[in-house]
Design a protein around this ligand. Structure first.
Ligand code: FES
Length: 290
């Protein structure tokens, strides 16, 4: 059992939750994820990235978006409630070393899993430039936290309501074309954003890592839902990733596969199963927000 210690609503659909999980808090590394279950009977396994951890306090911070039945259920947990199971840390940690100048780009809720990477890259001695973006001002998250570790921070919004009116790809392109040279870049966000970040980095042959955690389902390597094509080979995000060389990712294939789950997710989140006391579907797992 993992006790919920605090819950904060960051925007209409995004929550930050701190939970007790001392062993995971101690062991986790940047880039890894956890599996959360809100109930053990028909409870879906929700793969969530770790936004932060405090090894001394034994706590984990998760940031998630309420996109389906299970994440809505998680959002209804309050301080003092318990989560029956948290499994982790899972997945391969981010490759961290002293590259030189690293540009970290996060879009939407992808800013949360980017945060431990920014910390780790800074602690490894890199100069770290951070770009975070959202559709609009209210959806910008983790700005203050990023400022603590970033050598430079650029905030962009699609509608220009806060920071610079731009897509995250624009500052990324500028960094890649400017000085000091960018030795490594990292992008985490919606697949379409990462696809265009790779395109932007390609203009200057800048290396780029992307995190494909949004496609995971059960996170164990058994369901096959996170199958992606990397450099022409089949890989599973939960066991081979979640991070990959951006140049090798077949984003078109990934986005097509993600669309296939959308109808099922809507069905599972239909009001009658949540609010009218009817039994939930004994349904196959469906993808959750990270
Ligand atoms: S999430 Fe099921 S195999 Fe990876």
């Amino acid at each position: 059992m993992n006790k919920v210690l605090s819950k904060k609503q960051l925007s209409e659909e995004v929550y930050e939750m701190v939970v007790e999980a001392p062993l995971i808090a101690k062991a986790r590394k940047a880039g890894q994820f956890i599996i959360v279950q809100t109930d053990l009977d028909w409870g879906e396994r929700i793969p969530l990235t770790i936004a932060d951890a405090d090894a001394r306090a034994g706590t984990l911070t998760m940031v998630f978006q309420t996109v389906g039945a299970s994440t809505h259920k998680l959002a209804r947990k309050n301080p003092g409630d318990c989560l029956p199971a948290i499994l982790g840390p899972l997945g391969n940690p981010t490759h961290i070393e002293k590259f030189g100048h690293v540009v970290c780009v996060g879009g939407g809720i992808g800013v949360a899993p980017l945060y431990p990477i920014v910390q780790a890259m800074k602690e490894a001695g890199n100069r770290v430039s951070v770009v975070i973006g959202a559709r609009t001002r209210d959806l910008v998250i983790f700005e203050d936290r990023m400022r603590e570790f970033a050598d430079e921070l650029t905030v962009v919004t699609d509608d220009g309501s806060y920071g610079r009116k731009a897509l995250v790809t624009e500052p990324l392109k500028e960094y890649c074309a400017g000085e000091p040279r960018v030795d490594m870049s990292v992008a985490i966000g919606p697949p379409i954003m990462m696809k265009f970040c790779v395109k932007a980095a390609a203009e200057t042959n800048t290396p780029i890592m992307v995190s494909l955690n949004t496609i995971m389902i059960d996170g164990t390597g058994m369901c096959g839902g996170c199958r992606v094509t990397i450099g022409g080979e089949t890989k599973f995000v939960c066991v081979d990733g979640p991070e990959f060389d951006g140049y090798k990712v077949d984003f078109e294939n990934m986005m097509t596969r993600m669309k296939a789950f959308r109808g099922r997710e809507d069905q599972d989140h239909h009001k009658c199963h949540l609010d009218l006391g009817l039994p939930p579907h004994p349904a196959p797992a469906s993808p959750a927000a990270k």
